[in-house]
Design a protein around this ligand. Structure first.
Ligand SMILES: [Zn+2]
Length: 466
């Protein structure tokens, strides 16, 4: 049965009319005033003017006057657990920030991770994210079923979700940064990752939960974990994710330890390919970008986090020109305290204009594409989500652009990207409302705020006593 059906089994329809529409399809088709018809969990039609006459089983008809409809936003890089360690080590670069925070992160447990996931998901969903991801790689001994807690939180929130099951096997005793008890063994990490994929990954077109294999980064995992992780992912038919080329220090680390830069190191371990996406990719030379384009390796661009940690400006215009799939990421909220993706559209546009291409770096439509279709490509789901086209899944957002913040900007896409963070009147995921009038419909936002505050304080107490 379709997710939304009347008692006699007929598919229910939601009709949205009188709104501007940016489909983000291959031709960037837009309508100044048009309609979207949702049938069950799919988009049935999109076009100019009113919806077709005579539609049956219309359970809701929305007047979208003053609104822009876009595909739901897709987040491609995050660490949910960091929601309870925001606002710490605020003036550090990546390495010093990691050194400052690992002793605290090493103390997380299942209730903390559940609350942090709820906080991260709530903040993103409220701002128009319909597909979230979490790269979780801290699994301290005896900390409980962290993957299950995260996936449960996403299911309760009602958003589409990819868990990138992370891992680390290079701790202090091997020259890495995390404490020894906070990392897994090589075999333990691979076995737990395989078990998570088998238990939770859904390969279907309209899957709400997918799992990727995601060793943390070149400097926190062994070469064997990278190599065998890639083999595991391919044997299971799931995607691969990690951090790549984030900082100058990482480049130096790879050259000293492996005699080559990060991209060549990744290629030598099986980590370039159309089933791989990497966060950051800030320090890429021309041949690195060419290798990503040749292999269709994806990039999660995280402009605010890169600025927060003074990592640098990724060469996004060059990547797009070369044909590299690029999506947007919030990154963990210990390095991007806002935790919002819709503001990253603006930040991606502005920060890239500080780079080599200046005013030609990115325009509003390219920024919107990064946050929607680009993200869907990077997560391997572009056939199902990321644009508004008949047959695709009904993940869409109705942005309110007729208030003080935006009403004097004529171009709705420019208003959304250049303007203040726009309120969300409605967000649908799989045809179901997750946000109505800027409030989450699936969870109690105030209760989430309280529980995340309590868990953040509990973690700080435990870390201080350690
Ligand atoms: Zn990250």
């Amino acid at each position: 049965m379709a997710p939304s059906a009347t008692p006699d089994g007929a598919t229910e329809r939601i009709v949205i009319e009188n709104c501007a529409i940016a489909t983000v399809d291959a031709h960037d088709t837009e309508y100044a005033s048009g309609h979207v018809v949702v049938a069950g969990n799919r988009i049935e039609s999109v076009g100019a003017g009113d919806a077709p006459a005579g539609l049956e089983n219309v359970v809701r008809r929305i007047d979208g006057t003053g609104h822009l409809v876009t595909p739901g936003l897709v987040n491609t890089h995050h660490h949910f657990y960091q929601w309870i360690t925001r606002g710490l080590a605020t003036d550090h670069n990546l390495f010093n920030w990691l050194v400052a925070l690992y002793p605290t992160w090493a103390r997380i447990d299942e209730p903390m991770v559940r609350a942090a996931a709820q906080g991260s998901l709530a903040m993103m969903a409220r701002g128009g994210v319909t597909t979230a991801m979490d790269h979780h790689y801290v699994f301290p001994e005896g900390s409980g079923d962290l993957s299950g807690a995260i996936i449960g939180a996403a299911r309760d929130m009602g958003v589409r979700f990819t868990l990138a099951r992370g891992s680390m096997d290079r701790s202090e005793k091997d020259g890495g940064l995390p404490p020894d008890f906070a990392v897994e063994t090589l075999d333990g990490a691979l076995a737990a990752t395989e078990e998570t994929v088998k238990r939770h990954h859904d390969a279907s077109f309209d899957a709400m939960t997918q799992v990727a294999v995601a060793p943390c980064s070149p400097f926190s995992v062994s070469t064997d974990l990278l190599r065998r992780g890639a083999e595991l992912a391919r044997s299971l038919g799931v995607r691969l994710h990690t951090h790549g080329s984030e900082t100058v220090e990482e480049e130096q680390f790879c050259k000293e330890l492996f005699g080559m830069g990060p991209t060549d190191y990744f290629e030598s371990t099986g980590w370039l390919g159309e089933d791989v996406w990497m966060a950051h990719c800030v320090h890429m030379n021309d041949s690195d970008i060419e290798a990503f384009a040749r292999t269709r390796t994806g990039v999660a661009h995280c402009p605010s986090s890169n600025a927060r940690l003074a990592a640098g400006i990724a060469r996004v215009p060059d990547m797009l020109k070369a044909g590299v799939p690029v999506g947007l990421g919030v990154d963990g909220t210990a390095s991007n305290e806002s935790g919002e993706l819709h503001t990253e559209l603006r930040n991606a546009l502005l920060i890239n204009r500080l780079g080599a291409h200046r005013e030609a770096a990115l325009n509003a439509r390219q920024a919107l594409r990064l946050g929607t279709h680009g993200g869907a490509q990077v997560l391997g789901r572009a056939e199902a989500i990321g644009s508004l086209e008949p047959g695709k899944l009904a993940d869409l957002v109705l942005w309110k652009l007729d208030t003080l913040a935006h009403s004097s900007i004529a171009d709705p896409v420019v208003a959304l990207v250049f303007g203040a963070a726009a309120p969300v009147t409605l967000s649908l995921v799989n045809g179901r409302p997750v946000v109505e009038d800027s409030r989450l419909t699936t969870v109690d936002e105030d209760a989430v705020a309280r529980s995340t505050r309590d868990e953040a304080r509990r973690l700080a107490r435990i870390a201080a006593q350690a």
